[in-house]
Design a binder for this molecule. Sequence first.
Ligand code: SAH
Length: 236
Amino acid sequence: MLLPVTTDPRHRGHPDGCPYQEQRRRLLGEIEDEVRKTREYLGTDTLDPRVMSALGSIPRHEFVPEGSRHLAYENSPLPIGHGQTISQPYIVAVMTHLLEIRPDDAILEIGTGCGYQTAVLAELARSVYSIEYVPELARDAAARLARLGYRNIELRTGDGSLGWPEAAPFDGIIVTAAAQRVPLALVAQLKAGRRMVLPIGRAREEQELSIVVGGQRGPVVARPILPVAFVPLKGG
Ligand code: SAH
């Protein structure tokens, strides 16, 4: 397990470990409130404590543009350039919870963006493979995650809807951009009985955060969980 807060040299030696620790604690409280408010959708009123503790340890301010650092611990999405966003912390928490990650898992992520969700996954899984379409975002995320000390993440630039066949099958797949249908190439790379979590729907219209279970026979059935708003999945 990796500890990005203590591996960031700027935080070493600070009396609190990190000047943002209090803000992160407050954010966890807001996520817990939001989970309780949406318990009917989620079927639970608490998330996996391991997910919450990962969010409590990751320096989100390192993942947002310099000018937005004061907003880094608000429970809201933020623009990161190239028309893309860093997801709302509550959504990151819910999606990670729904993946049901085990410590020995290999997880595939589509849509690295700034790499925040990638870092959360890397705290909980053995290895994370993440694909980003926009080369500049992929390059920045790679530099950021290396600087924060992550060694169990592999990044690639390209169309993630095709998956990462050489590293398949995966114990979990997370898609952080909205597809109009379930990408079948990804279903084929998911282990039987394990989960893919993804938003399904058109951009700027109603989308449903959904779960697909691997190894389904016949047509792929996606179980809708929660209405969400994501940027569209590009490419195939
Ligand atoms: N996971 C990010 C959210 C990223 S927003 C976070 O933690 O905040 C969605 C990202 O998906 C964008 O960076 C976008 O460029 C990327 N994306 C969209 N379509 C893609 C595709 N087909 N393959 C890989 N990445 C894609």
